[in-house]
Design a protein around this ligand. Structure first.
Ligand code: FAD
Length: 554
């Protein structure tokens, strides 16, 4: 009898598993069940269809069931929901959502690629007409039709994760006035607050209104449309609401079948993506795997890991010794020409996990400044304070941000250290980078610290009475905004004004970006001063402790 591989769910994980399974085994019978109307659709492209950047819905449908049949001899059954697994009999019960008829299907290998279900807030009004989510092609069709038919002018997006922000940007592209409501004190949770801050400013500069620390408490109908209530601030009148509060693994089937669920709520699998049943695999957003950085159980909902997991599951089913290495949560998001990206863990997550770490910030250009069009990249590198292993990185800027994060993401997966970044040989010509690329410089700064050449201070030391805070920028910069209590000794005058500085007290130096303060700290340390560096620059501190900044009165 032919080996029967049944796959439940036909998007990133399911579709890649099916195609790979066929490439490895011509003789198997492969059947894929998808309860929605499409398989292998580009969910990542949905926000851009909302915004008409991708006007044709058909462009989001990457592979049709017919193509799966022709090209791979895979039987794809859309609008078919798998409603039950009988593990003892190795069968599933499938419901045809068109006719309602049910039947039983046998399997030798079963792959659960069921993805996620959206988090629905438990507040009144989320089912009202005019309240949408953006997860499927029919969702975007409904949203687009609503905007067009009602002539919608105002929108509220609930949730400032990357999908919420992409949807907000695209609604703004269509001319809607958009308010984002977010419960957390910042946008884009994968970033630390000082890195999210320039993103927020950019969104606001592009006309979005952002309300932070405001949880959705209800939606009601009002004369002109809908009224959104939040835990902070006045109600917001709008024509439509998009809910983008995040997702959780869709584990209904797995739970019903008694498969193990991990502590983070995803289906528990081993490195070969096998569940605790030797005939059942799980892949994609529905599973819990290991965090590459900490080794702890982790769920991420991203297309890259989902497709790679689908492929690994197919390999293992075909008898190959494939292993999934784990997830690190590498994300990128483009918003009104600004890119924000991150990989690994941020400081907030590392603190929560109790993992010791250090961070450095830098603000290099994407390529040498003398070549036209250079743009600043705000880059943060987080690393282990003993060995220098890279734990995470975040970057924000208008150009080539993704390239830097991709390099560091690869380094993290290889368990590389900041010393490896320092040594990395990367592309360089004037229009592409710099002889010391941003990634090299990040490694150098961190390595300088680990070698003892760059002692770092924490920003929460700023308030201490026993240290002298020295701002080494030029007087004009100092006057425009400095940390309260700081003394201004510009780097350009430092060597002539050494007698003004104490030798019996620690000096904390800072500047605009961390570069001049490094040079100042090196000059002072070699003259016997006790000096440490406040990295990240004034912009960084402004984002975290705006109340610390004072401006000289003219
Ligand atoms: P899914 O894509 O969720 O597919 C699971 C499928 O299983 C669903 O179609 C569901 O109908 C089906 N299913 C579930 N239960 C059953 C059942 N019992 N019977 C039959 N079928 C079932 N990721 C990125 O990396 N980058 C991005 O830019 C990005 N943008 C995104 C934008 C949007 C708007 C959305 C919604 C997601 C985005 N993602 C992005 C996330 C990415 O799309 C997902 O990580 C990826 O699709 C996960 O693939 P999956 O196969 O695990 O699950």
């Amino acid at each position: 009898m032919r080996k029967r591989i049944l796959i439940v769910g036909g998007v990133a994980a399911g579709a890649s598993c099916a195609a790979r399974a066929r490439r490895l085994d011509e003789s198997a019978e492969i059947v894929l069940f998808e309860r929605g109307p499409h398989v292998s659709f580009a969910s990542c492209g949905l926000p851009y269809h909302v915004g008409d950047v991708i006007p044709d819905e058909g462009d989001l449908l990457l592979v049709t069931p017919g193509r799966f049949r022709e090209r791979f001899d895979i039987d794809v059954q859309v609008r078919h929901e798998v409603v039950e697994i009988d593990r003892a009999a190795r069968t599933v019960r499938v419901r045809d959502l068109g006719s309602g008829a049910e039947r039983t299907e046998r399997y030798d290998a079963l792959v659960l690629a069921t993805g996620t279900s959206p988090i629905r807030p438990d507040v009144p009004g989320v089912d009202l007409p005019g309240v949408f989510s953006v997860r499927t092609v029919p969702d975007t069709r409904r949203l687009r039709a609503f905007i067009e038919e009602r002539g919608a002018r105002r929108a509220v997006v609930v949730g400032a994760g990357f999908i919420g922000l992409e949807v907000a940007e695209n609604l703004a592209h269509r001319g809607l006035s958009v308010t984002i409501v977010e419960r957390a004190p910042q946008v884009l949770a994968p970033l630390d607050v000082e890195m999210a801050c320039p993103v927020q400013r950019h969104l606001e500069a592009n006309g979005l209104s952002i309300r932070l620390e405001a949880a959705l408490t209800g939606i009601e109908e009002s004369a002109g449309g809908l009224r959104v209530r939040t835990s902070a601030g006045a109600p917001i009148d709008t024509d439509l609401v998009v809910l983008a509060l995040g997702v959780r693994p869709e584990t209904t089937l797995a739970r019903q079948a008694g498969l193990a669920i991990g502590p983070t709520g995803g289906v528990k699998v081993d490195e070969s993506l096998r569940t605790d049943d030797p005939h059942v695999w799980a892949a994609g957003d529905a599973v819990e795997t290991r965090c590459v950085v900490t080794g702890a159980p982790r769920v991420v909902a991203l297309a890259g890991p989902a497709s790679r997991q689908g492929r690994v599951a197919a390999d293992v089913i075909a008898g190959r010794p494939a292993r999934f290495r784990g997830v690190q949560g590498t994300i990128v998001c483009g918003l009104f020409g600004l890119t924000a990206a991150s990989t690994g863990l941020n400081e907030r997550a590392l603190r929560a996990a109790g993992v010791p770490h250090r961070a450095v910030w830098l603000h290099p250009s994407n390529h040498v400044g003398y070549y036209p069009g250079a743009e600043t990249i705000h880059l943060k590198l987080v690393f282990d304070p003993e060995e220098g292993r890279i734990l995470g990185a975040q970057a924000v800027g208008k150009a080539d941000v993704d390239k830097r994060i991709d390099v560091i993401a690869t380094a993290i997966q290889m368990r590389a250290t900041v010393f490896d970044l320092e040594e990395a040989e990367l592309c360089y010509a004037p229009q592409f980078g710099a002889a010391k690329d941003a990634v090299n410089v990040a490694g150098m700064i961190a390595a300088n610290h680990l070698r003892g050449d760059l002692p770092l201070a924490d920003w929460d030391e700023v308030g201490r009475d026993d240290v002298l805070l020295v701002d080494v920028r030029e007087p004009g910069e100092f006057a425009a905004g400095h940390i309260r209590g700081a003394t201004n000794v510009p780097l350009s005058e430092l060597r002539d004004r050494l007698e003004e500085l104490p030798r019996d007290r620690e000096i904390l130096v800072y500047c605009q970006s961390g570069k001049r303060s490094y040079d100042a700290a090196r000059a002072l340390a070699q003259r016997g001063f006790m000096v440490r560096n406040l990295l990240g620059g004034i912009e960084n501190i402004e984002c975290r402790h705006g109340d610390w900044i004072t401006v000289d009165q003219p």
